[in-house]
Write a protein that binds this ligand. Structure first.
Ligand code: SAM
Length: 290
């Protein structure tokens, strides 16, 4: 991350959510109407174009999926898979939500199921400042659907996540759902295990975490060197790919029990019945504190 610059990757994934909000069903699987308003120019233009040409939806969906080697598919798919895991956790008594590395995530502003849930968005300070400025410019200013929404600036590499959350009103006695979507690949192994240790220490029994990660051999095949160079250029180098076994070891070392582990191919089969990616670019593990 660059100290004074907001995350570029946060803007890219939000642009994909904006695009998939503008596309009609069955492509539209996790609508986020605010995404279009938050993404910087010119990343919102594809969403504007498909909104005017819904007849091009299939071509846009399949063409972009081909060109990006499935990357454009896995972002809306993982967002929907995590939305469903969050809904399930709330149905099972979660009363707090912590979004780690929130970027332009709008769950606290878009999900009615969170009306009884206190939400915390944790992010790198410059990314968070940029998001708040973008939200302030939206008219009318969006109101959280969550019971409350508190933003907590934290650098996972250098700051004390536990102290910051507690100082912002986090209650370790109530059941929490933690989301870590599209973040661990950009962190060092030390920051990943340190953050998981905090998740364990601050989690009441029955709390869960949904964490996405990129296994080494799945990451975009021959396109990986190009992706790496692009990420280096924006100051968000691709740091830590993890195999399912490595992630499981990190979860277990932190006292968390894995409940499920799926890839983008599984999500495509579930949400797009064959219309989506056949590339397992990213995985989502859900784990629980017993
Ligand atoms: C690809 S974006 C994902 C954003 C969001 N979770 C989503 O899926 O839309 C990566 C996020 O990780 C955050 N991030 C990267 N390194 C970080 C660090 N060292 N400390 C805190 N946040 C970090 C960035 O600020 C950015 O919001």
């Amino acid at each position: 991350m660059k100290k004074e610059k907001p995350s570029s990757t946060a803007a890219y994934v939000a642009a994909l959510r904006a695009l998939y909000t503008a596309l009609p069903e069955p492509y539209r699987i996790a609508p986020d109407p605010l995404a279009r308003e938050l993404v910087p120019f010119p990343l919102g233009l594809p969403a504007d174009l498909v909104a005017r040409a819904p007849w091009a939806a299939a071509a846009v969906h399949h063409g972009l999926g081909l060109v990006t080697m499935g990357l454009s598919h896995y972002v809306p798919l993982r967002t929907r898979a995590i939305d469903d895991a969050l809904r399930d956790a709330v149905a099972h008594g979660a009363e707090q939500l912590v979004v780690l590395g929130a970027g332009l995530d709008n769950r606290a502003l878009r999900l009615d199921e969170l009306r009884g849930v206190r939400a915390f968005e944790v992010d790198y300070p410059s990314t968070q400042r940029d998001k708040v400025a973008r939200l302030d410019a939206v008219v009318p200013v969006p109101v959280p659907r969550a019971k409350s929404l508190v933003r907590v600036p934290v650098d996972f590499e250098t700051d004390r996540l536990d102290q910051s959350l507690l100082a912002h009103g986090f209650d370790p006695a109530v059941r929490t759902f933690w989301i870590w979507e599209g973040v661990v690949v950009y962190l060092t192994r030390e920051a990943i295990s340190g953050t998981l240790a905090v998740v364990d220490a601050l989690s009441a029994p029955g709390s869960r975490i949904a964490v996405t990660y990129s296994p080494p051999r799945m990451v975009m095949g021959w396109a990986l060197p190009f992706a790496r160079r692009a990420l280096d250029a924006v100051g968000e180098p691709f740091r830590t790919p993890l195999s399912p076994d490595e992630l499981d070891a990190l979860l277990r070392a932190a006292g968390l029990t894995r409940l499920s582990d799926e890839s983008s191919v599984d999500w495509a089969a579930r949400y797009w019945s064959g219309l989506g990616t056949s590339r397992a670019i990213e995985r989502l593990a859900v784990a629980e504190k017993r």
